[in-house]
Design a protein around this ligand. Structure first.
Ligand code: MN
Length: 267
């Protein structure tokens, strides 16, 4: 039975409902309805935009929760994001097992995505990157905070995940298991952004377009904050200003998306 994320059931006869429920139990997991091609297209475009905007390079990835099944997500096979096409998008359950790998190799750090989707029903898309201006804030005790209204989603400053707390002091720094992903998601809590000490960051949002916006402006904000610190002590948005600005910007993400999409199409 198809159910939307808010828990409502599409209009259907009682008989249809029962038949649907029976079918849902009988059909094996791998036979779920395919994702909306528009969602796949946004995900492919997002991979290329994030490269064009300097958020990802040969590394980093973006996922989307499956639009037909909230217990699945979509993520490219292990490859450079700028080269991703629709045929590279794989489907995973929330334990990050591929539902049909077809010989494709998944990203080692896919557990970041699965474990956040498990505990954050509001999150529909996730970016993990090593974007360079953000790293100084992950590796020091200097908080990353909103420098202007566009970065209101940073709130009072993202938490920092310290992998040593779970993996000990001799790990390769990668979130390569459900256990590590779970610890990361716990540190992230209800934040939109998480910093990872010695590694990078994570952005979460209600759609692919929103998460691309947040990942890009996290990097921009980090550059601006570093510049401001060279001049003096920055005055950040306070929590109320940040929340109000985030609400406004959440309604405007299609504008920069159109611009970023046009840039990659022209190349
Ligand atoms: Mn990484």
């Amino acid at each position: 039975m198809r159910m939307c994320l808010c828990g409502c059931v599409p209009r259907m006869s009682r008989r249809g409902l029962i038949a649907g429920a029976l079918a849902a139990t009988a059909v094996p997991a791998a036979a779920a309805a395919p994702a909306d091609p528009k969602l796949i297209d946004d995900l492919v475009v997002a991979n290329r935009i994030l490269y064009d905007q300097g958020v990802v390079d040969g590394f980093g990835h973006i996922s989307a929760r499956h639009d037909k099944d909230p217990n699945r997500y979509l993520l490219s096979r292990s490859m450079a994001p700028a080269l991703v096409t629709a045929g590279d998008i794989m489907e995973f359950d929330l334990d990050s097992n591929p539902t049909d790998s077809s010989g494709r190799t998944p990203y080692l750090e896919r557990f970041i995505h699965g474990e956040i989707y498990k505990v954050r029903p509001d999150v529909m898309a996730i970016v993990h990157s090593h974007s360079p201006a953000v790293l100084p804030f992950a590796d020091t005790h200097t908080p990353l905070k909103p420098m202007n209204h566009i970065a209101g989603f940073l709130g009072s400053g993202p938490p920092v995940f310290e992998i040593r707390g779970t993996a000990g002091d001799a790990s390769d720094m990668l979130v390569r298991s459900n256990n590590l992903g779970r610890a990361l998601a716990k540190t992230m809590g209800q934040s939109q952004i998480l910093l990872m000490r010695g590694h990078g960051s994570v952005a979460a949002a209600q759609s692919v377009r929103h998460v691309v916006f947040r990942a890009i402006y996290t990097e921009v904000n980090a550059r601006t904050e570093l510049q401001a610190m060279a001049l003096g002590k920055p005055v950040f948005l306070n929590e109320k200003e940040a929340a109000a600005a985030m609400k406004t910007n959440d309604g405007l993400v299609d504008r920069p998306w159109a611009l970023w999409k046009q840039r990659i199409a022209a190349k």
